[in-house]
Design a protein around this ligand. Structure first.
Ligand code: FDA
Length: 308
């Protein structure tokens, strides 16, 4: 991990910096590139615009650290709005927001409320579970597995930078799971995470192959390949074509505001294209992780500082 990336990932974890920096207008303006706004209406409008172009949405709320019961209620409200508007949208949640640090069973009960509400709509869809720091991976996979035992419409994210992930993907493929593959956005020690970007990329490709393998497709795995890496998308698409996998069975996912033209191109060409739309007032840590992924984005922040 480069020094710039390391600093930005640490910045994303600093409450002191969040308190101060998120009040600066130029930081707020720069963040708007990746966030349609602070309100649910802003996120739903973005989802509607994407849907008009054949792109589905994944909505996540970057709220203040609230009580888990309140967060669950908040997501139930989001699901109501998605169902009422018949939007092709799903939700993505962090288990720590649903009470994972307090009690695993309490968190599970909150998760199940969302999974059940999500399956009750006219067009049942999945609740996605984000993957957080490596210390949460076992608990996250455990709660995902328990949830799947009663409802199939729950998906989980796995991170290609973790050395353990091929083994986790093996188990997820065997259960025919719904899986989002990402490279990974947190700071992790080399004992458990690959350090070189080229190694992470290679593992990402290998894991994509596992998730699109004949065995995975027979087990009805739904795989969302979440990356903005154009070369990787081209490599996976070319490999999938060589295996005669129809484009309609390949799902790519990206973040709102990043590679927007590519999101539309993929949908136009017949792939499933999905965009994670984040909204809310607690955007600073999330935004810092986006800067860490591409420190060149800092120029955009700097431009906003001098643009007024
Ligand atoms: P990579 O970092 O390899 O960069 C390749 C190219 O993509 C760059 O050269 C640039 O062109 C473009 N790019 C990448 N990031 C950019 C940015 N921020 N701004 C502008 N351009 C950028 N992580 C996690 O740990 N847990 C999770 O639950 C999730 N969930 C999730 C959902 C979805 C839908 C996505 C797309 C991503 C996540 N992530 C995540 C984040 C993920 O782990 C990873 O940090 C980012 O996707 C960046 O890696 P890439 O593979 O996109 O590109």
């Amino acid at each position: 991990m480069s020094w710039a990336r390391r600093i930005l990932v640490h910045a994303s974890e600093s409450a002191w910096l969040r308190e101060r920096a998120s009040h600066f207008r130029f930081v707020q303006r720069a963040s708007q590139r990746f966030l349609p706004g602070e309100n649910l209406d802003d996120a739903l409008s973005a989802a509607r615009r994407l849907a008009a172009n054949g792109v589905t949405s994944l909505i996540t709320h970057l709220g203040e650290r609230a009580e888990a019961t309140a967060v669950t209620r908040d997501y139930l409200g989001i699901l109501d709005r998605i169902h009422a508007a018949a939007l092709p949208a799903e939700i993505s949640v962090k288990l720590t927001q649903l009470g994972l640090d307090i009690d695993r069973d309490f968190c599970f009960a909150n998760l199940m409320q969302l999974v059940e509400a999500s399956s009750a709509g006219a067009a049942p869809n999945s609740v996605w579970i984000d993957m957080e720091h490596s210390t949460y991976v076992d608990a996250t996979l455990d709660l995902h597995r328990r949830a799947r035992q009663s409802q199939p419409n729950v998906g989980v994210c796995v991170q290609a930078y973790l050395r353990r992930t091929a083994k986790d993907v093996d188990s997820l493929v065997a259960m025919g799971a719904t899986v989002r593959l990402v490279k990974g956005a947190y700071s992790e020690p080399p004992a458990i995470a690959l350090e070189k970007k080229s190694d992470v990329d290679e593992n990402f490709f290998r894991l994509s192959q596992m998730l699109l393998s004949p065995e995975a497709r027979r087990a009805r795995v739904r795989a969302a390949i979440a990356t903005h890496d154009g070369a990787m998308i081209a490599r996976i698409s070319a490999w999938a074509a060589s295996q005669s996998i129809p484009k309609s069975e390949i799902e790519f996912a990206m973040l709102y505001g990043i590679q927007s033209a590519e999101q539309l191109r993929l949908a136009r060409e017949g792939y499933r294209s999905c965009v994670l739309v984040s909204y809310g007032s607690y955007w600073f840590p999330w935004y810092m992780r986006r800067l860490a992924e591409r420190p060149a984005n800092l120029w955009f922040v700097a431009r906003n500082l001098f643009s007024n």
